[in-house]
Design a binder for this molecule. Structure first.
Ligand code: HPA
Length: 238
């Protein structure tokens, strides 16, 4: 039991999917898991454990933004001894080359977050993915002919950001593909605690054109990415 996840010891699997929306966590458990049970309902931030193709796996809602994300990821690692986390989220593209509903496999996370500044001071930590999972996810995506791109994302502290145009211009000039709000903290916690981590993102909107994927279409693209995440956890083909 921890402060925000009230679950029995052993009720969370070693590998956990993380998604911002707790109802997505419920959807993932209902759609992908067999024998699933809900281990957390505190604050409506659902967590489920079940089986995927015989492998024990969990999914946990995290809320939006790094402070909320950090609470859940920290407690999973510190109190439930989780060994690997894959975020399955959404992002807004800032690249002309990347279309709506495509998958971005986040190699690294530029950011404007205050958490790492407070943690590390002038030491500029580079938040990056676990290479073995990055490689596995990309290889599986190629095999399955999914449209997936590996690259840097920009993790922002603000969704409604008055300085978004300036930040986007810098991020774009440095090669970032998309903006989202959690990956930097995932990769930092993974490094601090020596666990595996990867962030997979489907493009839900374009910050260049203002286009958005309608909610129903979002689900199909999202499900393909969840399958890719589960295969990355458990596939032995690589
Ligand atoms: N900005 C930040 N986070 C996001 C966005 C966005 O446009 N789209 C999905 N997550």
């Amino acid at each position: 039991m921890s402060i925000h996840i009230v679950a029995k010891k052993g009720s969370v699997a070693e590998f956990v999917l993380l998604c911002g929306d707790p109802l997505r966590a419920k959807h993932i458990a209902q759609t992908f898991f067999t024998d699933s049970s809900c281990y957390n309902e505190i604050r409506g931030m659902y967590g489920y454990t079940g089986l995927w193709q015989g492998h024990r796996v969990s999914v946990q809602g995290t809320g939006m933004g790094m402070p909320s994300f950090s609470i859940y990821a920290h407690e999973l690692i510190a109190d439930y001894k989780v060994r690997g986390l894959i975020r399955v989220g959404t992002c807004g593209t800032i690249s002309e080359k990347i279309g709506l509903k495509e998958i971005i496999i986040a190699q690294a996370a530029d950011n404007d977050g205050g958490i790492n500044e407070s943690r590390f001071g002038s030491y500029c930590f580079a938040p990056c993915a676990s290479f073995s999972w990055l490689h596995k996810a990309y290889s599986l995506a190629l095999e399955q002919k999914l449209t997936a791109t590996v690259g840097t994302v920009f993790t922002s502290d603000q969704f409604y950001d008055g300085k978004i145009k300036e930040k986007m211009a810098v991020a774009k000039s440095l090669g970032a593909l998309a903006i989202e709000m959690e990956t930097c903290e995932l990769y930092t916690l993974a490094a601090l605690n020596q666990v595996q981590a990867l962030s997979l993102l489907t493009v839900s909107d374009s910050l260049l054109t203002g286009e958005q994927v309608p909610p129903l279409e979002r689900q199909v693209a999202f499900n393909e990415m969840v399958t890719l995440a589960l295969e990355t956890f458990f596939s032995d083909t690589l």
